[in-house]
Design a protein. Structure first.
Length: 150
């Protein structure tokens, strides 16, 4: 997954560790100091995951650094954050996770055209070690071919 200019935070490791099957765009409930911190690129999706239990889908272990000018009203760095999806999307994600044993991983947090924070999540299947090695070899081969052409 290539990081674009509009991405505030991206999980570059996700495409290496997982085979992405389907992606979804979800809203996220944030506090004022969290969005200000994200706009300053103060966050990380490393080791974060999406919990699909009950009626809510929650982003867990996502680190958003405390806002530098937040003072007393700052937020907890790794608090659970609820994701907002349509009911049919929630049902589809639940069905995929429970039936096939797949994982839901966050790919990036970005601002849409209206300036609202969105989370790109993916239903993914974990890669085995040999799949990762094959992906690295293919990447190196493509890089060497590109260098020969130049």
């Amino acid at each position: 997954m290539k990081s674009t200019k509009s991405d505030l935070v991206s999980n570059r490791r996700a495409s290496y560790d997982y085979e992405i099957l389907e992606t979804f765009e979800a809203g996220i409930i944030l506090l004022g100091s969290e969005i200000k911190s994200l706009r300053n690129h103060g966050g990380s999706l490393q080791d974060s995951y999406v919990d699909v239990r009950g009626e809510k889908i929650t982003l867990l272990n996502c680190s958003i650094t405390p806002y530098s000018h937040g003072g007393v009203f700052n937020h907890e760095e790794r608090r659970p954050r609820q994701l907002l999806l349509h009911k049919r999307e929630m049902a589809q994600i639940r069905r995929l996770v429970h039936e096939k044993g797949l994982a839901v991983v966050p790919l990036s947090i970005y601002l849409n055209k209206k300036g609202l924070a969105k989370v790109k999540i993916a239903v993914a299947k974990g890669k085995k070690a040999y799949d990762k090695r094959a992906a690295l070899k293919e990447k190196e081969d493509n890089r060497s071919i590109r260098n020969l052409d130049e």
